[in-house]
Design a binder for this molecule. Structure first.
Ligand code: PLP
Length: 223
């Protein structure tokens, strides 16, 4: 087994004050999560509903689980009872479904809006214009059981550090725009979730508040 506690400490040592770590534990067994938990880590990220459901029953109650992957609307009901944050919301439809399921459990679920900035072809994430449109539309104001707490993005998976920096800076500037226009009165709208194993050191220079790191802590995933 990899030395999870040592790796965790190394990552944490690289994070300035005010940046929190989501330890991405997808595809890793519960023993790895326990090792990080025993070293003090409390926020874990998963991206598959069934895997998460199993881990939730086996692991301590004070873990804050973040759902970081693409979430299908028909899966929301399974995670609504316990999820702390859903990081990758990219449609009003999904937002409404989270609201509906959260209401059933008398909860308010924190969410982030996922931006699509990377050059890669992916179906997921909102373009900046689509995100503006969703917020201008205003229906989200009526959703009492979801709380939009910030933005999330993945930079392009490239070696070019300057490109990664440009994309993350664009996201950070867009955060400022959205914050000023729609969330100026909401102190809870404060999260900028970017940075993974290969680029979290760049992310913290680009105003990230949440980094999502898996491989650097737990080693390579076995799919
Ligand atoms: C898997 C995953 C991560 C972690 O990736 P690593 O390269 O292992 O650090 C971060 N964010 C998202 C959305 C992921 O799916």
């Amino acid at each position: 087994m990899v030395d999870v506690a040592k790796n965790l400490r190394e990552v944490l040592d690289n994070l300035p004050k005010g940046v929190r770590l989501v330890a991405v534990s997808k595809f890793h067994p519960k023993e790895y999560i326990e090792a990080a938990y025993n070293a003090g880590q409390r926020i874990f990220g998963e991206s598959h509903e069934q895997e998460l459901a199993k881990k939730v029953t086996e692991l301590p109650d004070d873990i804050e689980w973040h759902f970081i992957g693409h979430l299908q609307t028909n899966k929301v009901k399974y995670i609504a009872p316990y999820i702390s944050m859903i990081e990758a919301v990219d449609s009003l439809k999904l937002l409404k479904e989270i609201n509906k399921q959260a209401a059933k459990h008398d909860r308010v679920i924190k969410v982030l809006l996922e931006l699509h900035i990377a050059e890669e072809e992916t179906k997921y994430g909102l373009t900046l214009d689509a995100c503006r449109h969703l917020l201008d539309d205003g229906q989200w104001h009526d959703l009492q059981n979801v709380h939009i707490c910030g933005l999330m993005m993945m930079a392009s998976n490239v070696d070019d550090q300057e490109q990664i920096r440009r994309e993350m800076t664009l996201a950070a500037d867009f955060f400022d725009e959205v914050k000023a226009k729609y969330f100026a009165d909401d102190p809870e709208f404060k999260e900028r979730s970017w940075g993974m194993s290969h680029d979290y050191k760049i992310a913290v220079q680009c105003r990230s508040t949440l980094v999502r790191v898996g491989t650097s802590i737990f080693g390579p995933r076995v799919y």
